[in-house]
Design a protein around this ligand. Structure first.
Ligand SMILES: [Zn+2]
Length: 264
């Protein structure tokens, strides 16, 4: 790739913002406002489904590319999240390309008007972007209180405590998913604590962190199951058909990511 003056990444040329699209390149472009991933083919730009729906602020073209590349197969209806931003960078302590940092900020239109960080990942795992994205997607209509908490208690709650409630439960998860799995916390101490215990009629299968399935809050279960639906479809299908079918029909509108050879 001798024409890749800005370098290459994972087999693709990287352009700078504002570079033009040439006939013989398969260069990855960012639009000037960084809101679209632009694919250059035969001298013409095309955009992905997330264009216009998702704002990505990336601190390098590689991070930008990684986010859009990870999300480019996501159907447009899923990409249609209002007021959602994904920030992406590379971990400064690591060699380039090792670790993608993503975080998302959803602007609450609920009882708390401050922006709230609801997603942040530090990983070189290909699932990270999809995982973080689905925290945002699941939370686009989120409330800052869970189903089981009385509303009057929540409105009187100091901001720090809303974080406890937010972290503990299901606020960034579709109601239908919470109901499907009959989810509720049996014991909650703090976010991702080993002392937590959550009730499911069908335990998480996605191996989040080093937590036992019953310690995984449904927000993480939802985000990681979504990432599996896209990247480890066969595993999700065989390990939790309930979740697989939910994502297929309720989230992805029938679109599937099973390998063409089928699952073993
Ligand atoms: Zn997460």
């Amino acid at each position: 790739m001798s024409d890749c003056q800005s370098g290459c990444y994972k087999g693709a040329c990287l352009a700078k913002v504002g570079d033009s699209c040439s006939n013989n390149s398969s260069t990855i472009y960012a639009s000037s406002d960084n809101e679209c991933y632009l694919d250059c083919k035969s001298g013409k730009f095309s955009t992905t489904a997330t264009c216009g729906h998702l704002k990505v602020d990336a601190y390098s073209n590689k991070a930008y590319w990684e986010v859009y590349q990870s999300l480019k197969e996501i159907p447009e209806n899923i990409a249609n999240v209002n007021n959602v931003y994904i920030y992406a960078s590379w971990h400064p302590d690591l060699q380039e390309g090792d670790t993608l940092i993503t975080s998302g900020v959803a602007m609450s239109n609920g009882i708390n008007v401050k922006p709230i960080v609801i997603a942040g990942g530090y990983s070189s795992d290909k699932d990270t972007v999809v995982h973080e994205y689905f925290h945002l997607w699941g939370g686009q209509n989120y409330r800052l209180y869970p189903d089981w908490a009385p509303f009057s208690m929540i409105v009187a709650m100091p901001a720090a405590l809303t974080q406890v409630f937010f972290g503990s439960t299901d606020v960034a998860t579709p109601r239908s998913y919470v109901k499907l799995l009959d989810y509720y916390p049996e014991k909650f101490t703090e976010y991702n604590s080993l002392d937590n215990k959550f009730h499911y009629n069908n335990n998480p299968v996605i191996g989040y962190g080093n937590l036992d399935p019953s310690m995984i809050g449904i927000g993480e279960d939802f985000a990681n199951s979504a990432a599996w639906y896209v990247n480890e479809a066969c595993q999700l299908k065989s390990n939790s058909p309930t979740r697989y079918d939910y994502f297929k029909s309720e989230v992805f509108e029938g679109k599937e990511y099973l390998s063409s050879g089928g699952c073993n």
